[in-house]
Design a protein. Structure first.
Length: 212
């Protein structure tokens, strides 16, 4: 599977997840399907960090869409434009990306790497980002396992997901498409995938308004 295919799987499962959260909370199976999206995004963040031609621009783009997505995220989660209880997942992914960039920069300084990891985990926890420190930890696991094929260690990943919540073991199914990744990019359309997140949240919110 190419990067493009993985992104398609991720956005479809994410849309199902958010529709289940906001529109059909009684349909738990929609949330279970949605569990596979986040691990795929974490995996792709690691791949993106290795394959991007400009790490700084990549991080700036992630942060820009984090800010752009916050109001749509708040509307779906709390039905308010301003809500500080949780920040959208783009912030989690951005923190993870910044951590990877730092780890690669200071690859010869173990202690400085440890500080970078602790700082990233702490930032996610303080900002209350979606998935919080656990999300950043998952990105770290994919980063550490990129060359050691850790992503194929289903037992280890299942242990991690069980720590996150009762429903997270379903996220282990994300390892199936990830294990089929062929290292190819596929079609471009990167901004389509960035824009999909805030746009689909707005669509879900307006559907909720119509239903209520």
């Amino acid at each position: 599977m190419s990067t493009f295919t993985l992104k398609i799987i991720a956005i479809i499962s994410m849309a199902i997840d958010h529709a289940g959260l906001a529109l059909f909370p009684e349909l738990r199976w929609m949330r279970f399907i949605g569990r596979i999206a986040f691990p795929i995004y974490c995996f792709l963040i690691v791949e993106g960090a290795y394959n991007t031609r400009d790490e700084k621009k990549y991080l700036e783009r992630m942060l820009a869409f984090a800010v752009l997505s916050e109001i749509p995220f708040n509307l779906v989660l709390s039905h308010k434009m301003l809500y500080f209880g949780t920040q959208n997942v783009f912030f989690t992914l951005s923190i993870g990306l910044a951590m990877i960039i730092a780890l690669r920069k200071y690859k010869n300084d173990f202690y400085l790497q440890v500080i970078c990891v602790i700082a990233a985990l702490g930032t996610a926890e303080v900002l209350k980002t979606d998935y919080s420190w656990r999300g950043v930890m998952l990105i770290l696991l994919f980063y550490l396992g990129r060359d050691a094929e850790l992503v194929r260690n289903i037992g280890l990943m299942e242990m991690f997901f069980k720590v996150m919540s009762a429903s997270e073991p379903f996220a282990s199914f994300a390892l199936i498409p990830i294990s089929l990744y062929n290292g190819k990019k596929g079609p471009g359309l990167k901004y389509l995938f960035y824009l999909f997140y805030p746009v689909h949240l707005l669509v879900i919110y307006f559907i909720w308004r119509y239903m209520n």
